[in-house]
Design a protein around this ligand. Structure first.
Ligand SMILES: NC(=O)CC[C@H](N)C(=O)O
Length: 234
């Protein structure tokens, strides 16, 4: 093994060669696809399924996948993961929620089952679950995404499956990254479908179900920036 003496090398360069450990919450839903997508990105050292509390300490960043947010929350409660997940998010470490994962990261959710549902929280947004109803169960839409698609680029192929939308932004710290490009049923182009707040990212759709890894690369970049430029504790 090559030993690098930190004092001989510019500290920054040493840090910038670092690769990162990603965890994907694997209680239910589309976690395997996220793992595959991350594994092909050079800066990713590992992408592991997270099922136990102690695994959270081994990762630099977390993805909460799509699936069924009520089921995921129930399993998380039962396996004692809910509070440690909240703690992970509170620590400021990069976390990305897709679809059901976005619902879980929201501080508030509408159209929840009777009695509400428990959330991890962290993002100052309100989400509307199942925004598109059963008539339009799933659809694909090409999106412009801030920081991810450039004007010369092709748009992002976003797959929406019983998707939520962000119905309200409750803090000036929320950056809107994407809105619907076309009306879908009753939902018009004002509907917000991707946001960022510090190191928290949320998308209403499923980027892991496409061949387009731009959002995964963006999340890896966010993780790099977080560990290179100092942690922004909240
Ligand atoms: N594709 C998805 O993740 C669907 C989310 C699901 N409708 C929920 O409320 O949790």
């Amino acid at each position: 093994m090559v030993h690098i003496n930190n004092e001989d090398v510019n500290n920054n360069e040493v840090n910038r060669s670092r690769r990162f450990h990603f965890g994907i919450l694997a209680l239910q839903g589309a976690f395997q696809e996220h793992i595959h997508m991350l594994q092909n990105i050079p800066q990713v050292s590992s992408a592991i399924p997270i099922r136990k509390v102690e695994q959270l300490a081994t990762i630099d960043a977390l993805i909460i996948p799509g699936g069924e947010s009520t089921t995921m929350a129930l399993i998380a409660e039962r396996s004692g993961l809910m509070e440690p997940l909240r703690e992970f998010v509170r620590s400021g470490k990069p976390t990305w929620g897709t679809c059901a994962g976005m619902i879980l990261l929201a501080n508030e959710a509408n159209k929840t089952k009777k009695g509400g549902q428990s959330l991890i929280g962290g993002l100052d947004i309100t989400v509307n679950r199942n925004q598109f109803g059963s008539q339009i169960d799933s659809f694909e839409s090409a999106l412009r995404i801030e920081n991810v698609t450039t004007s010369s680029d092709h748009l992002f192929p976003a797959v929406f499956i019983r998707a939520p939308i962000i119905s309200s932004i409750n803090s000036p710290d929320i950056e809107v990254l994407a809105r619907l490009e076309h009306n879908v049923g009753e939902t018009d182009t004002s509907a917000i479908v991707a946001v960022k707040q510090d190191n928290l990212l949320a998308t209403a759709f499923h980027p892991e179900l496409t061949n387009d890894d731009r959002l995964h690369k963006y999340f890896v970049q966010l993780t790099q920036d977080y560990y290179y430029t100092g942690k922004k504790e909240k």
